[in-house]
Every structure is written in C-alpha cells, then in structure tokens.
Design a protein around this ligand. Sequence first.
Ligand code: NAD
Length: 497
Amino acid sequence: MPRPETVPLLIAGQWTSLSGVPTTPVHNPSSGEVIAETPLGGPREIDQAVQAAAAAFPAWMETPPVERARILFRLKVMLEDRFEELAVSVTREHGKTLAEARGDVRRGLENIEYACGVPSLLMGESLENVARGIDCDTIRQPLGVVAGITPFNFPAMVPLWMWPMAIACGNTFVLKPSEKVPLTANRIAAVAMEAGLPPGVLNLVHGGREAVDAIIDHPLVRAISFVGSTTVARDLHARGTARGKRVQAAGGAKNFVLVMPDADVSPTATGLMEAAFGCAGERCMAGSTAIAIGRAADTVLPELVDVVSKIKVAPTDRDPAAGMGPVITREHQRRVCELISQAADAGARPLTDGRTTSVPEAPGGFFVGPTVLDHVRPGMATMTEEVFGPVLNVVRMDDLDAAIELANASPYGNGAAIFTRSGKAAREFRHRIQAGMVGINIGVPAPLAFFPFSGWHASFFGDLHLQGRESVAFYTQQKVTTTRWFSHGEGTIWADR
Ligand code: NAD
C-alpha cells in the first residue's frame, strides 16, 4: 500500500512540510484507505502566514486591478487544462462521483471567471454638484489580510468562493481548508503560483480548531469568510466581530421541498432524488425533507422509490457507473445509520433502507445507501438534526399553508423548493417561505457565482454573503470623497497662511 501523502503548507510562496506536529488522517472514503496525513498547524503557522500576507499586501494593493485580473485569467486557463485531474482529486479525497466532482470544480472555476471582471466590479459611483461647485464620489479599497475557513463537502468550490474574489479586490489571503480534504486546495494553490501570483498573496495553512482560533485572535486579520456547520459559524461570527473583524459565516441547513398534488410526477421524482441523494446528501443545499401535500405522496412516491432503487452505490474512485458514493468518514457513516434507526424506532417507515446497503467490491468504504423515510413527523431525529447524509424525510400534510408553516418553523433558512404546475402556489411559496434561496421546480436552487449564496437565519451569520456583488462589498471598504476646487484667490489655502 502506498505511503500516505504529506500535506505541505504554502507560506510566502514556499511549500513547507511541518514536522513534529500532530496530524489527522485523510481517507479515500470509497476504500477507507488513508491517503494523506494533514498536519495540524497552530498559532505559530497562522502567524507566519498572516505576516507573509501582510508583507505582500502593499505591493498587491497597488497592482492595478486589470493586472490582478490578468493573473486570474491565466489561472482559469491553466485550471481548465487540469480539469479532469482536479475532479479526480476531489473524488479521491471526498468520495463524490466523478460527475459531481466535475460540478464542484466547474462551480469553482465560475467564481474565478466572475472575479476576472473585477475592474468593472470595483467601480465606484460619482455625482457632480452635490452642492454648488462640489462633487462627490466613492472608491472601493481592499481591507488587507483576509482569511478563509472551509468545510469538507466541496473541496474545490468553497475555497474558490473566497480567495479569487478577495485577491482580485487587492487583499492578501490565508486559507485554512478542511483537514478532511486538504489535497485539492493545495493542487489549485500550486497552479495559482505557476500562474504568477506573487509570494504571500495566497497562503495555505492546514489545521483544525487551533488554527481557526488563531485566525480569530490574530490582530492583523481584517476579515474572515467561513463556511461550515452552524455551531462553529455562530461562535466564529460572535468572536470575530467582538474583535472588530468583518465576518461572513455560512452555516448548516435543513432544506424543505414541497410537492403539490398537481406536480408533474416524473420530473418531481427525479428532482427529489437529485436533491436528497446528490453528493450522498452532503450538501448544504440538499433537499432533505419532502413535504407531500394532499395526494402528492400517492402519485410521486412510487416513482421516487423506483428511481432511488436504481441508484448504483459504488466506489467512485474506480467505478465510472457509480451513481452515489460513500459519506466522508466511518464515524459519519455510523451517525447517519443511527439517526435513521432513531427515526424508524419513532415510527418513520423506510421505503428504501440505506443501512442494509452492501458494497462487496469495497468492504472498507464508508457507504450508506439512499434512504427514503415515509410518515416522518416533526420531532423525529432525522427532522431535528442536519443529517448530512443520503436520507430523505417524507412528511405528509394536507395543505400548502401547513407545509409553509412547518418549513418556516425550522431554525435554518438556506434553501427551499416547490414542485407544482400552479403559478399561484409557486408565487405564494416564494413570497412566504423563510429561506434565502428558492427553487421553483428546481430541487437544488444553488446560485451561480454572480448571484449571492444567500442563506438566512441559522444558515448564515453576517451581513454580506459569499459570491456575487455582495462578495465584492465584503472584501472592500468604501471611501467617499467630497471635492471642491477654489478659483485662484478664493477661500483659504494652506500656502497662504
Ligand atoms: P465543520 O463546521 O465541522 O468544519 C468547517 C471548518 O471549521 C473546517 O475547516 C474545520 O477545521 C473548522 N472547525 C471544525 N470544528 C471547529 C471548532 N469547534 N472550532 C473552530 N473551527 C472548527 O463543517 P464540515 O463538517 O466540514 O462541513 C459540513 C457543514 O458545512 C454542514 O453543516 C453544511 O451544511 C455546511 N456547509 C454550509 C454551506 C453554506 O453555504 N451554508 C456550504 C457548504 C457546507
């Protein structure tokens, strides 16, 4: 068996391997094999990276936006050349299918494409004659050193939500990727260096909680972008803002998909399947609870069970026909199965049961099959927890009002969707639902790079979201200049005093 890869840090343009620090294993979830060891950097490494970023900032800030964009253009072309290699890397360390991994890389690259437009995005506003002879304008300037902390579930896309736009705006960056999936982030950073990013503009420190705490406490870090679970997001937002930092913290989710009795059966069944079981349910936009309204359960469930039963659960690193891969760790596999058992014990009825799925060709993999639980009621374990696995709750309700009320009772507010042929029902849903990203006949309404990733309530802490124009606002501060020019001899000027 090959030795696990070491995972170097990128500080001031140099790749360095840490020795003498604790490490945590990175698994290939399809096989269970340890493929790398992530070093757990701490305050010392974070300080080195922040100092490197601070040293690089003055020159990078003065680099014209068009030149910064040119490096990002080059990076985008170079990453396109390595597209498949990156997708394979995502599949290997995360376990999602190759098609899903390609989606992860594609969505990430779109964020680089969007950041290439930074000269236009940074433009300010101006107004002549705010008073007689006085003009006013705004410019946007970078903040300085910005840090990003990312989760395991989109190893390519989520880091790319952050650092390309942050550096395009003239900031320098310290990225701390998830310790469970450090490899793709490193590969992309290596290409960024090849594309001509000056040393210190992008730094990568690997680690866990200690590294995150060091970022929160570091006085030179001006802003933090975080994506991960709600518990950490809420705490990080509170601690970061208490230290005067700007913080955007995207958290967990529980997304509801309403199915009206008039919904088109086949696209709805397919939409529910993709929403619940894409990426093995490890998506913050997973549609994990379907509310079947009226007779919708009777029309849609048979076809849903049919399509779900055909999903091929297989090791994604070697089976190109795999329709769904494993979950991220053995521990998570056990937890998902336990939550299914708790719901079943409380009266939920499994129509498909992922606890019994076996994948004989990959006995060490962390597999849970796609699980559809019917007759789920509020309060059951799979309703109260963010399962983050391939489990779809089906709740049966009588009308749209009650369904919206149930969805709105959730503490989260990331995504929500409705399947219907009624424009009136769709409009009512969009107007009243308490979620920031809404799908109408779309199960996973994840916005592309040029729209904000707009979670509400316990799914987001902060004011300005990731992606889109809000990210430009997050990574810059505005300066408003009010100008008056005197004719010679008019007014008082310093030289006359
Ligand atoms: P996580 O919260 O465990 O980890 C996220 C990051 O925080 C990692 O880099 C990790 O090292 C760090 N971290 C973990 N525990 C910490 C602690 N106690 N103190 C400080 N730092 C800590 O999340 P995860 O399991 O990697 O990712 C899954 C979660 O991310 C899910 O809840 C999912 O919904 C959420 N997510 C949200 C979005 C969104 O846009 N809202 C997108 C993707 C994922």
